[in-house]
Write a protein that binds this ligand. Structure first.
Ligand SMILES: C[S@@+](CC[C@H](N)C(=O)[O-])C[C@H]1O[C@@H](n2cnc3c(N)ncnc32)[C@H](O)[C@@H]1O
Length: 247
């Protein structure tokens, strides 16, 4: 297939289909950042340039505690690294959803390899397609490395709010970093949109969608958030958000 044919084909896809295609193609390479099944040089480059991925993993797993006997929903679960880590840590049920079938294949294999497949479920769906009425809500909801790829974040965050009974742990890529523009251009060439967020935008989104902020922490080029269900904004701002905004 020529480059022009490839570009035409990408342009005929919906934004979600483009994302799914990109992540299908990237699934093995993405998971190798965790498995380290690559050359020593590539592993070294990951340790230097993708440090955020390891740090956000630690942040999310730590903030999910205590997890024994709890339920987890992982949105944009990718190759299942968080799903499996939390199932191994004692979660009673972990549901991972993603739009890329190959990511879900890797996630299922990983759950089986680690002997936790009985407590892990996977669904091929977009965040917005999630059935909010399917249960009483999850104790922990993760959206790590997801909002980078969401064109319209407010409806996705409202959906997350609707399925969160305990807390939501969410990462947002920061707007003003050296990496934002090159990353946006590099991925745009492959048909994958990337979005970045100012802290003010994150706080406004949380406020508008009925989340109350517990913690917002800078993790390299990300802002990582722990939020709990609160009251949707009606012109009044959550005092915790006002404090975080001024930090
Ligand atoms: C950077 S990966 C992160 C995977 C995993 N959370 C992690 O940090 O290891 C982003 C994942 O989000 C998925 N994704 C992108 N847009 C999505 C959407 N609208 N709904 C569900 N999943 C989505 C992609 O297919 C991809 O697997």
């Amino acid at each position: 297939m020529t480059v022009t044919q490839n570009r035409t084909e990408i342009h005929n896809l919906t934004p979600i289909e483009r994302q799914a295609r990109y992540w299908n193609d990237e699934s093995q390479a993405f998971d190798a950042i965790y498995s380290h099944r690559k050359s020593a040089l590539s592993n070294w480059l990951d340790r230097v340039f993708r440090r955020d991925m390891y740090e956000r993993f630690r942040f999310a797993v730590e903030r999910s505690q205590p997890i024994a006997g709890r339920t987890v929903l992982d949105l944009g679960c990718g190759s299942g690294r968080y799903v499996v880590a939390l199932a191994e840590a004692g979660a009673s049920r972990v549901l991972g959803i993603d739009i890329a079938p190959r990511m879900l294949e890797l996630a299922r294999e990983l759950a089986a390899e680690h002997g936790v497949a009985d407590r892990c479920e996977f669904q091929l769906t977009d965040v917005l397609g999630l059935d909010a009425g399917a249960g009483p809500g999850f104790d922990v909801v993760l959206a790590i490395g997801l909002f980078d790829y969401i064109r319209d974040p407010a409806p996705a965050l409202s959906k997350i709010r609707a399925v969160t009974a305990g807390r939501a742990i969410i990462s947002f890529p920061r707007l003003l970093t050296w990496r934002a523009l090159p990353r946006k251009l590099r991925l745009a060439l492959r048909g994958c949109e990337v979005h970045f967020y100012s802290r003010a935008a994150i706080l406004r989104l949380l406020n508008e969608t009925g989340f109350s902020l517990q913690e917002i922490r800078r993790v390299g080029k990300l802002d990582c958030v722990v939020a709990v269900p609160g009251v949707a904004a009606s012109g009044r701002q959550d005092p915790a958000l006002v404090t975080a905004q001024s930090q």
